[in-house]
Structure formats: C-alpha cells, structure tokens
Design a binder for this molecule. Structure first.
Ligand code: GDP
Ligand code: MG
Length: 171
C-alpha cells in the first residue's frame, strides 16, 4: 500500500469554525468552548483512500478579519498568485446547522466555487455533517500516482497496513 502525505492549510476568518472542523475530523468531537487559535496548530490523520493511505498534514491558522466570503475570495487570489500550480481548493460553508443565520446563499457560494473549480461542501463541525466528505473529496482530486510511483505525488510503499492513526500538536 502506498502512503501519500497531503498538506492541508485551513484559511478563513476568525470564528468560522476552522479549528472545530479539524477537531471533528481528527477526534470526531466538538468543543463549544474551543480556544481561539493563536498562531497556528498542526494535526494529522491518516485514512485509507482506495488502495492508498492518505496522511493529511493539517495546518490550522489563526484568522483575523470578519467578512468571511470576501476574505475567502482574497485568499483564493493569493493562492492563485503564490500557491503551487496543482493546488486543490475546497470551500467549506460551515455552521450549516445554523440555517436561520445564513448570510451567503448556497447558490452564490456554489457558483463562486464552480467559477474557480473548487470543491464546495456545506458543513457542520457541531453536528458532524460533511466533515469527512470534504477530506474524501480532496483525496479524490489528488492526481493519481504514475506507474513508477513517483512524479505525480510524494508516495512511498508500506510493507504493512497500519490502522487509522491520528496525532496532534498545538502551539
Ligand atoms: P476558528 O476561529 O475558525 O478556528 O473557529 P472555531 O473553531 O474556534 O469556532 C468558533 C466558534 O464557532 C466556536 O464557538 C465554535 O463552537 C463555533 N462553531 C464551530 N463550528 C460550528 C458549527 O458547525 N456549528 C455551530 N453552530 N457552531 C460552530
Ligand atoms: Mg481556530
């Protein structure tokens, strides 16, 4: 089985639920009193995807601004200008459990995501809606390894198949 390391960086305004999404994905838990992220935190989780193991190396950042849809667009611009060419962009419209407080319609968000060829999923870290699905969709968009096991990604062969693993470090 091939192990591939996928770097994931969560970007977005303070309070949108980035840390809660990571917590739900890695620990399958939700903490309503989660501490604000200072600087950045790092966690990993390894999941099987088809005949590969995908180890997500997740960087969770501290956001600052407070106009989340505009901030998203600014980040996408930055990523297009300065990020690697084969980057996978996934937009999580989080807190979908709070539908009464919706500020961006699903259609506007979906149209924008389509226009930049990004994954779009409405999520709830609180109610565990679509959190795993975001990461599965990222796995699906990662280019397949070529037959030699090299060029398209950083994969390496494992002799044994480890069970799902999780680690976390905070700073
Ligand atoms: P971050 O600053 O983007 O990392 O956001 P946090 O993960 O710290 O979450 C900010 C606040 O939103 C906290 O009070 C969370 O409990 C809450 N929150 C996060 N995700 C959800 C969600 O899916 N639904 C609801 N209702 N609240 C959420
Ligand atoms: Mg945070």
């Amino acid at each position: 089985m091939t192990l591939r390391e996928l770097k994931v960086c969560l970007l977005g305004d303070t309070g949108v639920g980035k840390s809660s999404i990571v917590w739900r994905f890695v620990e399958d838990n939700f903490d309503p009193n989660i501490n604000p992220t200072i600087g950045a935190s790092f966690m990993t989780k390894t999941v099987q995807y088809q005949n590969e193991l995908h180890k997500f190396l997740i960087w969770d950042t501290a956001g600052q601004e407070r106009d989340s849809f505009q901030t998203l667009k600014n980040w996408v611009k930055e990523l297009r200008q300065h990020g690697p060419p084969n980057i996978v962009v996934a937009i999580a419209g989080n807190k979908c459990d709070l539908s009464d407080a919706r500020e961006v319609s699903e259609k506007d968000a979906k149209d924008y995501a389509d226009s930049i060829h990004a994954i779009f999923v409405e999520t709830s870290a609180k109610n565990a809606i679509n959190i795993n699905e975001v990461f599965i969709e990222i796995s699906q968009r990662i280019p397949v390894l070529d037959a030699g096991g090299g060029a398209a990604g950083n994969g390496f062969k494992l002799r044994r198949r480890p069970s799902e693993t999780r680690t976390r470090t905070c700073c």
